[in-house]
Write a protein that binds this ligand. Sequence first.
Ligand code: SAH
Ligand code: SF4
Ligand code: F3S
Length: 455
Amino acid sequence: MNKSVSPPGTRKLYIETYGCQMNVSDSEVVVSIMQENGIGSTPDIDKADIILVNTCSIRENAEQRIWGRLDVFRQIKKKRPEVLVGIIGCMAERLKEKLLEKEKLIDIVTGPDSYRELPALIVEAEAGRQAINVLLSREETYADISPLRLDRNGVSAFVSIMRGCNNFCSYCVVPLTRGKERSRNPGSILGETDELAEKGYREVTLLGQNVNSYRWKKENGPGTFGFAELLAEIAVKHPEMRLRFATSHPKDLSNELLHTIAGHSNICKHIHLPVQSGSSRILKLMNRKYTREQYLERVSAIREIIPGCSVSTDIIAGFCSETDHDHLQTLSLMKEAEYDFAYMFKYSERPDTPAAKKLNDDVPEEVKSKRLTEIIELQGRLSARSKEADPGKTFEVLVEGTSKKSAGELSGRTSQNKVVVFPGRGYKPGDYLNVKITRFTPATLIGVPVKSTDL
Ligand code: SAH
Ligand code: SF4
Ligand code: F3S
């Protein structure tokens, strides 16, 4: 018997998203697939007939957070037993049937390559059967699906250009949860960016686990179409739109790409280049495929080819067998690279990864914590230094919205990805303007708009 409370066409989906930008982008694909199948969405969980949680498995605490959320859904289901709860994304892929066995609350489990199956799985679940599809695909890129934007500002959007990862960094669960790397047809990427430009979007972030290995076989002639060409083509087609991208793997960051960034004013002067560790010995154990020296050489190339480019990174503290000496090398590399910004984590062993199988998670928790604190403190000083040079300078800022802290002020970002707050009478989200920086706080630059004649 069909247990659906609302007649088809009036059912509503509530979706919650955890994890990386790729997951945000995937949720937009999911909402679009549901819409096509007559299921609308609601931001109000109490009005939802279907609750989906798009999950992340990158570290243990990411999963713990989601287990915690399930308690809230349990309360909702107590009051309204007809509500369906689905776990989708990386945790669904990692835990598969175990989720259904462990949690009677869960009706649907769907991995990142099976979102087209969601409407059918919902029908199954409505018939009272737990529904699961966690098949990974070598082809799926959701190229033909036009994502339904969940952002509120209408200025910045994500566009996935590839899925999966073939790098198998030894600590990382992503190759297991997202499968083999595959690039998306450039025609469909250009179609999506055209559509965004028409709707008035002013910034697009191209997404992939390693965008530098984007590759598409040319249809008319020999050879392949790479990331630098894709970026240049979009930049030329949409001069009014800013382009960003994430993430670049240091082993594949080519000079060709750096010259492309330098050559187009609308490609943002910011590169996120995760280093993970400053010790070549640890990098080898992590299977990162570069040494400390090779990494620093790439940072020098960025500084040389793109003057004024900001560089950010990801760092893991306390990886297997990391000594005080290895840790000091991370700190010294951070100083050499002079990062503008960093995401910093304690190593968290993930089941079934190469590191979990072959290496010992032997750095004691308190040592991991101490090293992470030192890394965070150092980055605090480096981030402050990166802003110290900005007062007196004028930057082009794209307005994104109103400032969270001070009413009446607007906030936006520079090409270098630094947040700027300024009094913004007469400007609205989506506008570009020049802002002269007057001072800064730990997180933001503060400035005043200047007319181009004042420059
Ligand atoms: N594909 C991107 C991002 C991967 S996940 C890249 O290669 O850079 C984002 C970050 O999470 C990684 O860069 C890494 O710093 C961190 N991370 C991944 N697995 C982790 C683990 N097991 N423990 C702690 N941090 C981890
Ligand atoms: Fe994980 Fe490495 Fe792939 Fe990034 S490149 S997703 S860290 S395996
Ligand atoms: Fe992203 Fe987390 Fe999956 S970082 S790719 S959602 S494990």
